[in-house]
Design a protein around this ligand. Sequence first.
Ligand SMILES: NC(=O)c1ccc[n+]([C@@H]2O[C@H](COP(=O)([O-])OP(=O)(O)OC[C@H]3O[C@@H](n4cnc5c(N)ncnc54)[C@H](O)[C@@H]3O)[C@@H](O)[C@H]2O)c1
Length: 417
Amino acid sequence: MGRARIPLCVVGCGGMGQRHILGYKELEKSGISNVEVVAVCDVREENAQLGAREVERLFGRKPMIFTDLDQVIGNRDVAAVDVVTDPSTHHAVAIPCLEAGKHALVEKPLGITIRACQAMIDAAKRGSVVLATAENLRRDIPNRLARSILDHGLLGPVFVMFHNAFGGTDRIIITPWRHLKEKGAIGLDMAVHYTDIVQYYLGEFDEIYGCGLIAEPIRRRAPQPELQLESYLERFRRMPETVEATGEDSVIALYRMKSGAMVQFTYIPSGRGMNHFDRTVHGRMGTMVAPGDRNGRPVIVRLPGQELKGKDILPLLPGFQLDEVTERLFGPRAVEYQLPFPAIDGGHLAIEMHDFAAAILAGRSPEVNGYHGMTAVAAIYGAYESARIGRSVKMAELLSGEIRGYQEEIDAALGFA
Ligand SMILES: NC(=O)c1ccc[n+]([C@@H]2O[C@H](COP(=O)([O-])OP(=O)(O)OC[C@H]3O[C@@H](n4cnc5c(N)ncnc54)[C@H](O)[C@@H]3O)[C@@H](O)[C@H]2O)c1
């Protein structure tokens, strides 16, 4: 008997859509795939064709090709959608699918306002289907190890986390939409990965103070695309020389978590002369230095009189366990790796995809559900909203919609006024 597989349509075959198709291939390689890509959809016919060619090349069979979402919604052979469109369209794609009873895995940021996220969560409830947020960075095995270190209480009571990433140039970051407020600017698009890491490590956010800023008002075309994938090259050929930024590229925040721990958080993809990244957690008994994402370097734990790295920490973590797909792709109880980027990236995507389909098959919540996707988004807007009203804001005030002045304009553009 073969394993049950969820027949799925990849909606959005741009840069990340192509990477998702590679992710499904990685999942296939694990030997326990629970998904089958039966269709692709993109409003740009050439991107839909590109996605279809990728599926055929990797899986040896032609998927159905759609350029209109209604065709996907009306197709009984599609049980789930993988929404990899640009963020300002996530809700418009996901909501009718969810309402029609199709499960949805939606790329981060789940939506580009809290209302958009909530509307997707409500639609999933109405359709009685699974809504998952595609959040890949937490699947990295050093992050799995970091979480286990915290769960085992190795650091004692945690009182502070530092999460700072800064340094960059005035280059357009991947696409023009990543610099536009009403499209989901990079201050949200990238930093939302990091707010997810904060909640993955430390639990729920309680209170937020901070601000957003546009560090680079004019962004210029990079000399070459980030990846040599056909979809990246295609996008690059259409890139304008300059983009005037209307959305924040940066966020600076101070978070109080429900646990009482404080987090100092910075994401600024600008500033010449220095690239800096730190992710450290400090408890009364020790400190943890996490290596960042997708580099496979060891987590370091400093306890009184000793420093432990990577696999040397494992004897202190009897409960450390990776899920089956992670073990098959990265190795049993693996905590470090040296792999090329496509294997790392595809591996992380495979893990999130498998969890999504497993959640559908088991009727359980996925690891990163709609609520988690929404709170990661709200943690960014909390910083912008707090600067706007001149005080710290509670996560509860953001989620209830009591405080949303910064997002009003975006909501109006999305039709959520
Ligand atoms: N997790 C990660 O590591 C990671 C990395 C890059 C991008 N992403 C996310 O992936 C998503 C897509 O980003 P991208 O860089 O691929 O963007 P992109 O602009 O390259 O591609 C978006 C694609 O969606 C298509 N599209 C737009 N509206 C559509 C609709 N209504 N129906 C069907 N197709 C539609 C576009 O034609 C385009 O081909 C974003 O949410 C982004 O944040 C995640």
